[in-house]
Design a protein around this ligand. Sequence first.
Ligand code: NDP
Ligand code: MG
Length: 379
Amino acid sequence: MKKISLLGSTGSIGTQTLDVVKHHPERFRIVGLSAGSNVDLLIEQANAFKPAVVCLSSKELADSARLHMPAGTTVLFGEEGLIETAAGTDADTVVTAIVGSRGLSATLAAIEAGKSIGLANKETLVTAGHIVMEQAKRKGVKILPIDSEHSALFQCMNGESRKAIGKITITASGGSFRDHTREQLQGVTVQEALNHPNWSMGAKITIDSATMVNKGLEVIEAKWLFDLSYDQIEVVIHPESIIHSFVEFVDHSIIAQMGMPDMRVPIQYALTYPERDETPTEPLNLAKLGALRFREMDYDRFPALRLAFDCGRLGRSAPAVFNAANEIAVARFLKGEIEFLGIESILERVVYAHEVCDMNDLQTIAEVDQWARRLAGSI
Ligand code: NDP
Ligand code: MG
């Protein structure tokens, strides 16, 4: 029986993780759940899964939830509560499905406590990949990717030596506006941007897919997860999202991983690895699909991806600044404060205004992150 603590249980990845757990009650048990502010859903989940601890983002929310929790469930709150939910239970695995770099300290606490990580929260690796990966190595902790592209790459690399890998290609659906020209992006609405063609996901990552920032974050995530150089990472547009990514080996043999786009497959693989188990998902029928299309990434159409590569190559504090500025820009777009194309201009202005520095500890990371957020909020 694998014991799981799930951070961000009320979100898109969180609810799909619980769906996976529900299908294998003999295999998995939930011992911790955390939500931001969706009290009603957290109460429902706690009564269904009876975890030892749950956590909400504030004391007020925790107080309002306490009466409705099952006997034996402790209600925690805030940053400290989140860290306790990540590190203080007897979970074997912590699934990080919170959105944004605020998931960092809880992820580090879980690694320090020796828990395996099922990593969805890519912003933590973009912000502090050097610290997360170094700590995981030191503690002998596995970081198992949940992001579909990285799960695909991980599966393609199974049993292969690092030396055998030539390059990887991350596939991109193209997001909500993949067939729009830059002119057509003027004045697009939040509703249109939230309408992703292939995946149903949280609001932030759906906007990130439309700007191609998500692919940029994934490039940096892949660099850290698989210890690659940026010259070994490519991105190609693949509108069907059937091939989830592929690896080219030094002999030019390519291994790709495919399946219907359904996050429950990579979520479950991160939880059962190295084993596999049945999922309640739809099988892929290639004959019925008929064709798969690919087209070269257009970096002029999607300049935020080029900027992400530039920040990745610069390294040090640059990726953290890119990520923090993006979190604020996306939140502002979702609130209707800025235009869609304003996300890119904010990103560029914050990144260009930043003097890249070393970030050897959490304090410095927090300062850099706050600086970028303040500037992105004021443009
Ligand atoms: P959602 O927005 O759907 O969910 C986010 C979760 O984080 C919710 O449980 C939310 O709680 C919680 N949360 C938000 N703010 C806080 C806070 N201040 N304190 C504590 N918890 C908070 O996001 P997704 O599930 O889409 O994405 C989660 C992560 O997974 C992201 O990093 C994303 O990039 C990554 N990912 C997502 C994929 C997908 O298909 N959705 C695919 C690959 C990666 P509440 O709602 O209760 O406020
Ligand atoms: Mg992805």
